[in-house]
Design a binder for this molecule. Sequence first.
Ligand SMILES: *[C@@H]1O[C@H](CO)[C@@H](O)[C@H](O)[C@H]1NC(C)=O
Ligand SMILES: *[C@@H]1O[C@H](CO)[C@@H](O)[C@H](O)[C@H]1NC(C)=O
Ligand SMILES: *[C@@H]1O[C@H](CO)[C@@H](O)[C@H](O)[C@H]1NC(C)=O
Ligand SMILES: *[C@@H]1O[C@H](CO)[C@@H](O)[C@H](O)[C@H]1NC(C)=O
Ligand SMILES: *[C@@H]1O[C@H](CO)[C@@H](O)[C@H](O)[C@H]1NC(C)=O
Length: 559
Amino acid sequence: MKLYISTLLNLSALLSISLANGRMDIRFTHHVEGKWSFPLPKEEANAVFYLSEDKSLYIGGEDILYHFNFEIMKNYTIKADFYNCLGKPHCKNYLTFVGQLLGNLTLCGTNAQKAGCWVMNNENVHKLEDHWTELLAPRTPAMNYNILITGNQVYSTVPRKSNNAVSVMKTFRKIYGNLPLLYTGHTLWRDPEFVKSLVVEKEDKVQSKILLFFTENNIETRTVEKRLTMVAQMCKNEVGSMKADTRNIFSTALKSHIICGNQLSGQYYPHLQDIYYLQGKTGNVIYGLFKNSWNHSAVCSYEVEAIESLFNTSSLFGSSKKDLKVRPGTCHPTLTPEETSEEASRYPELTNWLWPSRNRTVFQNLNNFQKIVVDEITAVNQKTYRVFILATDFGTVHKTVELEDGVFDIPEVRPFKQKGRLQFMELKPNEHVLYMGTTREISRLPLDDCAAFYPSCKDCIQSRDPFCGWIEGKCESVLKFNSSFMVQQNLKQNATCELKKESTTMYLKENRHTINNKEVKEMVEELGILSHKFMEPNTATKIRCIWLLILTIQLLILM
Ligand SMILES: *[C@@H]1O[C@H](CO)[C@@H](O)[C@H](O)[C@H]1NC(C)=O
Ligand SMILES: *[C@@H]1O[C@H](CO)[C@@H](O)[C@H](O)[C@H]1NC(C)=O
Ligand SMILES: *[C@@H]1O[C@H](CO)[C@@H](O)[C@H](O)[C@H]1NC(C)=O
Ligand SMILES: *[C@@H]1O[C@H](CO)[C@@H](O)[C@H](O)[C@H]1NC(C)=O
Ligand SMILES: *[C@@H]1O[C@H](CO)[C@@H](O)[C@H](O)[C@H]1NC(C)=O
């Protein structure tokens, strides 16, 4: 049996690779290019976006800020005010931040390599003279950096300039807010690239955490990858260390290696692309979008409680001290004892890794996705489902829904007309509207435009799209109609709509004859190819041939 499974595994891996170029996991594409999108006046290779409370979009570009309320686009010229470099390419002012800062709409830009910020008030723009605002923008737009604004506290990883040379040390630093202005020590990471930072607020403010997701160089022997995906945790309201010379260093900052993959099949996705923090009806979960070296994507979930409990319980890698009065990483309202902060600084990494929920991916896909958001929607059957929205570099949007019987792909949507790089994707959860921006276009995509997605009852019902239901001869949004009058959406697998048995269903049946071994089915699921039940006949036939081949080989081996 062991041999059987391992052979099967190898063959399945081969199968998954050989199909990597096929797009078997996508059933249809909705070409709605232009319906919800609007072009930018010119290409902005480094565009940054801000979706304001009034649902208008600000787009920061090269020497320019656009403001678009989805009817009129205005623009404001915001040139560098530092002219020592006139005539050189870096003389431009690339806007790298647009957002609310301390109650004002604020823009920050490279400002000819002398970063600066401006406040915009009733269409008037004036420069902010506060020194710390220099740390809100990098010197060049392509630099990796992370900014976290939470209430009146502002954090940044933009390096400080010292003696005209930019410090190479990347630190995460509080640059504005309640004192002390703490920063991370130099032992916490090695050449980090920041992916995302977020705040986990707790009722007991002392326990509130900052989570910082990043990749770093691997100098350990525990894994083979050159770069490791990590999460660092620190107490948001810590007040520093008792140790005089490190008083302003985060003494609660520790980190752990994050795993995304299937422990059972040993299939891993080491490279973190994006993080989404879902504060959902059924708990707080962090979703990570990862990829492997073939650029195939996977989504893994991490319960916020599990992260907290990992940091609460794991020992520190390399450390042998066990008798500290205050455990490293503990959030407490007073200064951290010297021996605790020393231990955390010397051994900042946990021994235990952060494994995904159930030690497996939520799902995986052969596409190369860049961004993820997750929505929750109450469907026709009154059950709440999570919908994963994944976008590729070119702005193609895939919806995948987590149903009782596994995850299910809903048709993809292509909102953009022109080929641009995706720069921005944000969900307005209460409205179920997705805002996106590429280097050339912006889009406001309603996730429930069912009539456009599914023209016929069959499409509507079989899509298993929890946003939609069939009523009055149309596929309509569950947000617009009282869903109890809608035709029961086929969220389970029994078709309604007075449909004859579809050919797709036939394929499903036939496949079940060949693949009735539960283990095999699970592995197929793990490899993300369960959705073959809804493929075009051609691909399905091919797969059946491949399965036949596999079964034949297995028989030979068993004999
Ligand atoms: C900015 O707006 C002005 C006036 O509406 C328009 O003439 C100009 O073309 C715009 N510039 C860009 C780069 O969009
Ligand atoms: C920012 O907004 C506050 C009010 O929220 C105002 O008092 C302050 O002057 C503004 N700052 C600037 C630089 O405009
Ligand atoms: C993966 O994608 C990156 C760009 O995102 C590309 O440079 C690289 O060549 C791709 N690798 C493979 C194996 O397709
Ligand atoms: C972690 O420890 C803190 C402080 O001791 C406690 O309040 C919290 O409930 C713990 N969390 C978990 C998930 O164990
Ligand atoms: C996941 O794997 C880790 C490491 O092997 C193990 O410690 C943990 O108990 C597993 N968790 C579950 C839910 O299986």
